[in-house]
Design a binder for this molecule. Structure first.
Ligand code: ADP
Ligand code: MG
Length: 242
């Protein structure tokens, strides 16, 4: 579903992604771990072209999104959904409005159809009773669940999560992780999830990828990477956050 080949990204003179290679299969949930500054966000942002790769290729379902033959960015943004640490909801729109707007503006769906889908997705994240609330009237966990509903309502090929629970109060983390786990188990959606939540990674990931200093240094089944890391930096990192 996603092929990242020899991806390099530099900001000014600094190379922050160094020959990253990663394939994600349809329906696979890949959890990306690694210390702050290792390039996790930059890699995700390259996959939906919020950043332009400096070199290398990225393919979504065999269509190259990088380079001259690239597909248009609007199509790409439909195919690749993203959930941010900071929710990024429109403050003036209700929860339902936030879930509808991409459907009407980008997918050109009619209002009734978009509204029905919005209510379906808000129900799936347990917020059907909050459909008319504005973001400011919702907890951080509820706002993030709206952001997830909004991303899923676009029916992307791939959904990217960039530390979706890092901005939340500890007691709100579980509810958001449960929603993501449900989505992984029930929808079969292809996902790349950057998170420091080890319990979640162990339970939900099909594969764990460890990044360090712009390089994928280790990957494998969660049990393999967590219990028997082969790379010294992986072992040190896991030890530091346990
Ligand atoms: P992570 O998400 O793993 O914490 P990032 O991808 O955010 O890491 O950052 C990787 C490196 O790239 C860091 O050194 C960061 O300072 C740098 N970086 C990220 N975005 C920019 C940018 N827009 N301009 C300059 N440097 C950046
Ligand atoms: Mg980051």
């Amino acid at each position: 579903m996603v092929r990242i080949e020899h991806l390099n990204k530099s900001f000014d003179e600094t190379l922050v992604l160094k020959d990253v290679n990663l394939n994600v299969w349809p329906g696979e949930v890949v959890v990306v771990l690694g210390p702050s500054g290792s390039g996790k966000s930059t890699m995700l942002r390259c996959v939906n072209l919020l950043e332009t790769p400096s070199a290398g290729h990225i393919l979504i379902e065999d269509a190259e999104i990088t380079g001259r033959s690239a597909t248009d960015v609007n199509k790409l943004r439909r195919d690749v959904g993203m959930v941010f640490q900071s929710f990024n909801l429109f403050p003036h729109l209700s929860a339902k409005g936030n879930v509808m707007i991409g459907q009407t503006k980008v997918l050109k769906k009619g209002k009734a159809e978009a509204e029905a889908e919005a209510l379906r997705q808000l129900t799936a994240v347990g917020l059907d009773d909050r459909a008319d609330f504005k973001p400011a009237q919702l907890s951080g966990g509820q706002q993030q669940r709206v952001a997830i509903a909004r991303a899923v309502a676009m029916h992307p090929q791939v959904l990217l999560f960039d530390e979706p629970t890092s901005a939340l109060d500890p007691e709100l983390v579980r509810g958001v992780l449960d929603v993501i786990r449900d989505l992984a188990e029930k929808s079969g959606m292809t996902m790349i999830v950057v998170t420091h939540e080890m319990g979640f990674a162990r339970e939900v990931a099909d594969r764990v990828v460890f990044m360090e200093d712009g390089v994928v240094v280790e990957q494998g089944l969660p049990g393999q990477v967590f219990d028997h890391p082969t790379n010294a930096r992986t072992a040190e990192f896991l030890g530091s956050i346990k």
